[in-house]
Design a protein around this ligand. Sequence first.
Ligand code: SAM
Length: 237
Amino acid sequence: MTVKKIHQLPRLYIKNLLAEGSAITLGEGPTHQLANVLRLNNDDEIRVFDEEAGEFLASLELPKKKNAIVHLKQQLQESPPASKPLWLYFAPIKKSRMDFLIEKAAELGVTDIQPVLTDRTEVRDLNYERITAQLVEAIEQCEAFHVPRLHKAIPLKNINASHKIYAALERRHATPLQQAITAHKEDAAGLLIGPEGGFTENETEWLEKTPGFVSVSLGDRILRAETAALYGLSLLI
Ligand code: SAM
């Protein structure tokens, strides 16, 4: 039998506050994932973590036809403090591109995801449960602790934030994002990315004159929405 190093053990997010010595019964989803997808067995070790208490080594109990139970053993890591708020405001795009964007935004360390409905938004019906599952999976995989909060979609003009929002506007000769953020890297911030068809003229003008938004360019090339979002986020983290 090969002995797995701790960092090779599957890592599972559990929302409850965890504590050494406790036993937690999992829901059907995680039970299926551990037993049927990862094909783990009774007494196998995994890692479990939450946002408050940190990460623990745990052993698995897989009773037949019942939900799995994890028995928490020693604590492996404390949860680090939450990072500065970094919001991604974006107009939802088509499925595979959005899946990619959601996963990568979580990996990069976005703290809040705010879908925004614009005149040309392609996708208006969001599957919040599915997106939340994708966020959790990305956080499990990248060894982070804090699952980004997913907010319900709102119309563009209803955005009301206490932080500055960099609005990515192509073809407007706006200040490059790198330049706009140099003095404010430590502050909470947001990045707003438009839909594949871009913001309308009316929306662009509204963004340019509304306090709280800072128009920025992401360069001379017109990037796909997900590329624009990830490029912008990588400068803001
Ligand atoms: N259909 C638009 C056009 O041809 O002008 C392009 C829209 S682009 C695919 C989607 C979004 O990505 C834009 O609304 C903007 O927020 C962002 N974006 C893409 N390239 C950009 C750039 N070079 N500078 C600023 N924002 C950009």
